[in-house]
Design a protein around this ligand. Structure first.
Ligand code: CTP
Ligand code: MG
Ligand code: K
Length: 171
């Protein structure tokens, strides 16, 4: 496998996590997961930016992407069941990682929407890779490529969402 094709397969592998992470911007809203409650430091547990609708909408969107991917490249997954489980774990992992990131941001007293370089771009990715690992993984070189390139894609996608008026800040 050439370097370029190896990187493209890595993106194909991680795609459900990207969709899971991005779709809450349009699917989210409503009741926050922390129910408006504070942590013992007096600040919100997660904040208003983490909603149930965003969480489950993101998991559903990412899992659906995996099903579509199966019909495009069935050989990459082996079976629909594997593709489904992989996409679910990548999506669920991405959104759990996103919640952990917000929990850490609130403990650092960063308000909702405030950028946390590194955490915002890599938290969901590392968590997605970890959750999906038992079902299917990529090589360490491919993981390294994803760790380096994901922040660039994350930034571009958020800038696009900002320009489209879906987000109030470009990060
Ligand atoms: N979102 C949601 N539910 C989630 C994750 C995201 O509804 N579980 C929506 C919210 O409208 C959120 C937007 O997607 O504002 C962008 O997500 P993100 O950048 O992760 O949240 P932030 O608003 O930046 O909040 P935080 O500071 O906690 O990261
Ligand atoms: Mg944000
Ligand atoms: K985030």
């Amino acid at each position: 496998m050439g370097a370029l094709s190896s990187i493209l397969w890595a993106f194909w592998y991680i795609l459900p996590a990207y969709f899971a992470n991005a779709s809450p911007v349009v699917l989210g809203g409503g009741r926050p997961i922390d129910g408006g409650r504070n942590w013992r430091d007096g600040r919100r547990i997660l904040g208003d930016g983490k909603t149930w609708r965003g969480f489950f909408g993101g998991v559903a969107a990412g899992t659906l992407v995996g099903v579509i991917q199966y019909f495009i490249t069935p050989g990459f997954y082996g079976s629909l069941k594997t593709a489904l489980l992989l996409a679910f774990l990548l999506s669920f992992g991405a959104l759990v990682g996103d919640l952990v990131g917000s929990f850490i941001k609130r403990r650092l007293n960063l308000p909702r929407g405030y950028p946390a370089v590194g955490l915002d771009q890599l938290g969901f990715l590392i968590s997605a890779l970890a959750f999906a690992y038992p079902v299917k993984t990529v090589s360490s070189g491919q993981m390294l490529a994803l760790l380096i390139l994901t922040p660039l894609i994350h930034w571009s996608a958020n800038y696009f969402a900002y320009k489209m008026g879906w987000k109030s800040v470009p990060w």
